[in-house]
Every structure is written in C-alpha cells, then in structure tokens.
Ligand binder design. Structure first.
Ligand code: DCP
Ligand code: MG
Length: 373
C-alpha cells in the first residue's frame, strides 16, 4: 500500500458555493492584485477573463493560510495560467508589473472614475473615454446628455463614493421599517447584501421586504416610496421589475407572480448625527450639509419566494454566480432569486429556507458570513 510522505495539501472545492469564504482572509496582497485585473477585464467587456481572475482570487480567499510560495498553490482549482503568472511575480518581486501598469493606466483610472458614477455602465464610460473624457465633472463641462440616474450620480458623486458604514445602514433600516409599517402592518424587513455577510461598510444598503400573508406585499413598493417622498427622504428613485437574474438563465421563476416582484434603486437623504447613539467628534466642524446621500436598494418579494430572494440578494456576486453555475452544470437545475427549477423532473422545487435550497442543490449549507467569495 502507498504511504503518504507529505500531509495532504489544503483541499479546496472548485465551486465557490461548495466552500466557506470568510470576510477576512490571509491573502489580500494577492487577491487585490487579481481583482484589479478582473475589474480591468470588465472595463474591456471581457467577461470570461474577468470571471477567471475573480475565481482565482476567490480560491485564495478560502485558504486558511498565507500563500508564501508556489508550492502552496499545488492542487488548487481554478488557477489559470495567467493568474498563476501574476501570483508568481508577486511572490518573487513583491509586485506584478501587469497589475501596476494597469493601476497606473489612463484607461483604467478613467473607467474606474466614470463607472463610479451611479447610473453609468461600462458601455457609456467607454464611449466617453474614447471621446476624451476622464473625470465625472467632464460629463458636465462637455454638456453630455445624462439620464436622471446619471444626473443624480454626478450630483451626489462624492457622497455615493464614500463607504456606507454599518451604523448608517442601521439608521436607514429604521427609516425603511418606519416607512413600511406606515403603509402595511406585519411586513418583514431584512438587511441583505454585504451587511448580511458581516461587512462593516458597503457601497449601498440592500433590503428585502416580504409579508407572511402571500399577496399582502402587492402594491407595497409605490406606497413605501410615496411615504418616503412625502417625508423628504428620497433624492432619487426608480422602480423596475426585478429580473436581472433571469435575463440569461432561462426559466427559473414560476410564471405567475411576475408583476409582484419589484426592485427600487434609490438614493436616500440621511440626516447626519442620526445614525445611532455613539458620539462623533468632528461633525460640528464639518463644513458640509447636515445630510449625506446614500444608495439604497429595496426589493419586495412574495413570501413563497422569500427563501430564494434571501439567497439571491445576500451575495457575494461571485457566490451567486457560482450557485447558478453549479445548479446548471452539475444538477440540471435553474436557480434564480424567485425559484429553483429542476429540468429533469420538469418542476419547480419549493423551499422555505436557504438551508432547504442548499439541500435541493446537494450542497452543504454555507452561512452568509462564509459567502464572501
Ligand atoms: N446581486 C447579484 N448580481 C447582481 C447584482 C446583485 O447577485 N448583478 C446580489 C448579490 C449581492 C446583492 O445582490 O450581494 C447586493 O448587491 P450589491 O451590488 O449591493 O453587492 P454587495 O452588497 O455584496 O456589496 P456592497 O457592499 O458593495 O454593497
Ligand atoms: Mg450592497
């Protein structure tokens, strides 16, 4: 029989939804670099390349130790040739020339600044970059035609690029609770996204709203927005049918309930000094206004879809992507934030909790704080 000379190296499963990824990990010096390349690939609309870099970074986030040499990468999944080359360079020289030149490049910096405007996607940013624009204010100076979202994005650019703290998220959640309770009693409001995964800061605050009584949530969104508007708490809002996960992936939602599931992208006006009981040392010297703008996403879900919506809005984005890829490629199923469809059985699988969805998918349950892939 064989004898193992070395203890087995750390084994890492290949899909991010099969493994635990804590918020704080040991390899930020590598993952930050890989994520710059992923971001740059997105700016160049090269999705395949971007996902490859994000998957590589994510594997390193799941390791229980610092990567010190190339030996530590043995047997790890998802590490493509390009990622390995970048990692090797950083391990040997301390930096990667490709990452550093990307970071310094005019295109990367301009695309980062322009896509950092709320409402501006890669396509518009790229067109403006090719027309010679570099900074958000250039959009104003050159008189570009902006839609309402982009106008708000430029107007509140500084505030919206300042991280939202957990304390501010809690203050916003009190406001949202008040608004929802004013128009419907018994609704359940849950903080989603990065904050549910344990992050201390975020780029926005995400909420999922539901009601135990199926159907009671219908028509809720416009009422909540009216209430907020009347109180002068909204700087911008746009509601849409929530269908982002379905656009490519086929049938993963029950055909009924279509019109009930709504999403609102908004910007809240949050009074300063109202974010909890702690004392702040410097606000009295702040020369700015007495409030700040905060991006808030609201999603309303019928209770029958609540578990799917919860799983779908908790993230991380890569974790969600990997869940859907696992469902499709390994299980012949189609997962969305509304439902799970089993193609073999040709039926939707019900679930009342995230645990049940993981079980349907044949996955070990991963709690939100370990979904930071
Ligand atoms: N989401 C997704 N795919 C998208 C948009 C959103 O899977 N294209 C899901 C997963 C996200 C959640 O919605 O975690 C919220 O989206 P955010 O962009 O707000 O992401 P986070 O909350 O994770 O990050 P941040 O802290 O930057 O807000
Ligand atoms: Mg968020």
């Amino acid at each position: 029989s064989l004898t193992l000379i070395n203890p087995p190296a750390t084994t890492v499963k290949s899909y991010a939804c099969q493994r635990r990824t804590p918020l704080k990990h040991h390899n930020t010096f590598l993952t930050d670099a890989l994520e710059i390349l992923a971001e740059n690939a997105e700016f160049n609309e090269n999705e395949g390349r971007s996902v490859a870099f994000r998957r590589s970074a994510s594997v390193l986030k799941a390791l229980p130790h610092v990567v010190r040499g190339m030996d530590d990468l043995k047997n790890l999944p998802c590490l493509g040739e390009h990622s390995v080359r970048v990692i090797k360079e950083i391990l040997e020289d301390g930096t990667s020339s490709e990452v550093e030149s990307t970071r310094q490049s005019e295109q990367y910096q301009a695309m980062k600044a322009l896509t950092g405007v709320f409402g501006v996607g890669v396509k518009s940013a790229d067109r403006w970059f090719r027309e010679g624009l570099r900074r958000p204010l250039d959009l104003i100076h050159t008189g570009q035609k902006l839609n309402l979202a982009q106008q708000a994005g430029v107007q509140y650019y500084n505030d919206l690029n300042r991280p939202v703290t957990k304390r501010e998220a809690v203050a916003i959640s009190h406001i949202v609770e008040k608004a929802v309770n004013a128009v419907l009693s018994g609704a359940i409001i849950t903080l989603m996204g990065g904050f549910r995964r344990g992050k201390e800061v975020g780029h926005d605050v995400d909420f999922l709203i539901t009601h135990l009584e199926e159907g009671a949530e219908e028509g809720l969104m416009p009422k909540v927005l009216n209430w907020l508007e009347e109180q002068g708490l909204l700087l911008y809002q746009k509601t849409t049918r929530n269908s982002y996960l379905e656009s490519k992936d086929g049938p993963a939602r029950p055909p009924h309930n279509l019109d009930r599931f709504e999403r609102c992208f908004s910007i809240f006006k949050l009074e300063k000094g109202k974010e909890g009981s702690g004392t702040s040392l410097n606000t009295s010297y702040d020369s700015g206004p007495s409030w700040r703008a905060v991006r808030v996403d609201l999603v309303v879900s019928p209770f029958s879809q609540f578990a799917f919506a919860t799983l779908g809005w908790t993230g991380s984005k890569l974790f969600e992507r990997e869940l859907r890829r696992w469902a499709g490629q390994e299980k012949g199923m189609s997962l969305s934030s509304h439902a799970l469809y089993d193609s073999k059985q040709q039926r939707y699988l019900r679930a009342n909790s995230e645990e049940e969805i993981f079980a349907h998918l044949g996955l070990e349950y991963i709690p939100p704080s370990e979904r930071n892939a």
